[in-house]
Design a protein around this ligand. Sequence first.
Ligand SMILES: C[S@@+](CC[C@H](N)C(=O)[O-])C[C@H]1O[C@@H](n2cnc3c(N)ncnc32)[C@H](O)[C@@H]1O
Length: 309
Amino acid sequence: MNLFSQLIARYNQLKYALLHSQTFDAQHYGFPPLYYEIMESDQARVGAFRRAFAAYDFRDKVVCEAGVGRLALTQFYLPYVKRAYLIESNPHLRDHIVQYLAERGWSDKVVLLFQDAHTVELPEPVDVLIAEMMSIFCINEHQVPIFQHLRRFLRPGGQLFPERIINTIQVARADFEAGYAHYPINFTRHWPELLSLAVVAHTIDLYQITHKTEQLNLPITPLLTGQANAVLLRSLIQLSEGHNFTGTDSLMPPTVCRLAEPTRVVAGKPVQLGARFRYGTTLDGAVFTLDTHQNNASPRKSASRRRNK
Ligand SMILES: C[S@@+](CC[C@H](N)C(=O)[O-])C[C@H]1O[C@@H](n2cnc3c(N)ncnc32)[C@H](O)[C@@H]1O
């Protein structure tokens, strides 16, 4: 059997493989080694950061990067900077990082901090803050709370990588095996049946955001009639202006999440989509709902409802 036919035979077996590889593993202080391989071998992810870094003048800059992993992104800017504070919480990576820096002659300009980036204190202001600690909608990973903490060390006019995340949402119907409430799409055959186009749920401005929870309520008009039981989430990331990354299997893959209640939707009849979640927690705790009543009243009725308030 050639490689492709072996893969085809295992498509369904591998439906949740990406989910498992990305799931927190206490034995590895976070990600299992396989997930580093997935992230580092993805040229779409690594290349997007590389292009964004290449467009910025790092010469003589003081930089802080949180969650450096195995330095897959760090290697592209480190040769140019004056000093870098590199933060990582996984002690299994220490030997690799120390050796990697020494082999390239970069150790002297690096301050390695094996700490939790939520609480780290830097001894000086920095020109640039970098972190690739994202996940779909930034729910599972700690990008938002860690930038909220580290931003206090960013000089006025300093640069963040990434800067902005636009989250989109779509009404869908999907098959979930028992015990699964969400999954990132590993193969397009597990793409759900889509009942609406994607709408922008909200935008995270990483320079500005101060809150930790989101409560979203947005109108959406299905294009197809069907029994909705899911939403499809996507995240579009502006690393820096003109340099973007819009999700692959290794980072922010399109992700299917169960609705709190299956809901029948009708083509052309607006519904109200609700989403509640907290940054840096878990997608298991996120709640997505559809309300078919709020928007279905005729304009006359809804006007009178407003007057009665
Ligand atoms: C998504 S990986 C990215 C690794 C690397 N920057 C890359 O792009 O290949 C995130 C890294 O952040 C680290 N990490 C997670 N939570 C952390 C925390 N609270 N403080 C410091 N590092 C953390 C993980 O151990 C992991 O190595």
